[in-house]
Design a protein around this ligand. Structure first.
Ligand code: SF4
Length: 434
């Protein structure tokens, strides 16, 4: 095994890149890939003719793994014999995402996650010696202090509690480990103790160093290509990244909707289609717009959080996900832009006078309540402000009493979203008969 198996930026990997020649070669047939597929044990049969196709395979592998589906169709991706094609495809993906979407995009994050999800499997297969050699390509493993890797901690690439430190020095090698801890290791096998304590730390550290390098590499490419025209093949891969994302996400959504359509169970931690018959009286009223006086409260403070959480994360009050952002639930923002925003804007237009007619700035306020700060609804703005949770009944009754015209079902709840969740389940049980 070589360090280039793990590190696409080490000297060996850079030599592969240098010797590869013109990037257009990635669209040419490389019979070697299919030879590797055929010779990989327990690999499902498939045909991948070019490095370009290999790029797309990697993204599909990431989504397959995310969905906890079988990955037996992708075992060949971890073959050491695929070294050259692996390195070239990794660089092609990074360049394509950086050029087409920029480093702050959802697509760039997907490519980083794709590469690190493959790296995770490789790290589990690697030897201690190769891990040390690869770490040495980034840091001096005999002499690294906390200060040397402080950026990784600040950027949340690694946590302090994942590191073994003596004062501020990282303990990474067996020699250092024995020197520092031999007195505590009597009657134990020091090799086993070292493996137990240090191996997973080294994996975390190497993963963090490579991830940081992936991000920096993308930034460099993004800046460089402002000055020069990118190769057509790279732009083509860039466009394909989004197509694969959409197709994979559609499949996930289909699976989720399948569940709800049959009413076999409710997965309230994920996007769920609206059931308008289950909206509480206050929401039904707000959707028809209201008169001047409480329009901002009704549209921005009340309706915006309700409609966004009801569609994307109705189970928010179970608090399974900490500090959620809209993009955690709707990474491409398709649901937000195509379903949630139109409903909010329609209600705003039905107000008297229409809300945006005299207060166009209220659109920014809505974006801010959805967590996009004062900016546009874009992936990179998500999380700039907190995503407001739905207001409770007590507050509505105090601030906008005209909105609250309680029905029988309101007796059992304290928040319109709880009303909605309860009512959806009651409707499902009664076969939608209310
Ligand atoms: S009691 Fe709560 S849920 Fe019912 S109408 Fe009033 S505000 Fe809405």
């Amino acid at each position: 095994m070589k360090t280039s198996y793990l590190n696409p930026f080490g000297q060996a990997a850079l030599n592969v890149l240098k010797n590869f020649g013109n990037i257009t070669r990635i669209s040419q047939k490389e019979p070697h890939i299919n030879e590797i597929i055929t010779n990989t044990r327990n690999q499902d049969p498939k045909k991948i003719d070019t490095i370009q196709e290999l790029c797309y395979e990697k993204i599909r592998y990431y989504y397959t793994r995310q969905a906890n589906n079988k990955t037996s169709g992708y075992k060949y991706l971890f073959s050491q014999a695929l070294e050259e094609e692996d390195i070239i495809s990794t660089h092609a993906l990074l360049q394509a995402a950086a050029i087409t979407y920029g480093t702050q995009s959802y697509e760039a994050d997907t490519i980083i996650n794709t590469i690190t999800s493959i790296l995770d499997v490789k790290l589990d297969q690697t030897t201690d010696t190769i891990m040390d050699e690869t770490l040495n390509e980034y840091i001096d493993i005999h002499n690294t202090t906390l200060n040397d890797i402080i950026l990784l901690i600040n950027n949340n690439e690694i946590k302090l509690n994942e590191l073994l430190l003596n004062k501020d020095k990282l303990i990474l090698t067996y020699d250092d480990f024995i020197r520092e801890y031999s007195e505590y290791l009597q009657h134990r096998r020091p090799e086993n103790m070292y493996q137990a304590v240090c191996t997973s730390m080294k994996k975390h550290l190497l993963r963090a160093l490579i991830t940081e390098k992936l991000r920096n590499y993308m930034k460099t490419i993004e800046n460089k290509l402002k000055q020069i025209e990118p190769a057509t093949i790279i732009t083509e891969i860039g466009h394909q990244i989004k197509k694969i994302q959409n197709a994979e996400q559609e499949m996930v959504i289909k699976r989720r909707y399948g569940k709800n359509v049959n009413f076999t169970s409710f997965d309230d931690d994920n996007p769920t289609k609206y059931i308008p018959e289950a909206f509480p009286p206050c929401v039904q009223k707000a959707l028809h717009g209201i008169k001047s006086g409480g329009r901002n409260y009704c549209i921005s403070l009340f309706l915006t959080p309700f409609l966004s959480y009801a569609r994307l994360y109705p189970g928010v009050y179970a608090r399974h996900i900490k500090n959620p952002k809209i993009t955690d639930m709707d990474p491409t923002l398709t649901i937000t832009e195509e379903e949630i925003i139109p409903l909010i804007y329609e209600a705003a237009s039905k107000c008297k006078p229409p809300l945006f007619q005299d207060q166009p700035q209220e659109k920014q306020n809505i974006n801010s309540k959805l967590g996009f700060g004062e900016g546009e609804i874009k992936y990179e703005n998500s999380g700039k402000t907190p995503w407001y949770t739905p207001i409770n009944c007590k507050n509505i009754k105090e601030q906008q009493p005209g909105l609250c015209t309680p029905c029988q079902d309101c007796k059992k709840i304290g928040n319109p979203l709880s009303y909605y969740n309860r009512k959806r389940k009651l409707l499902a049980k009664s076969g939608g008969k209310g």
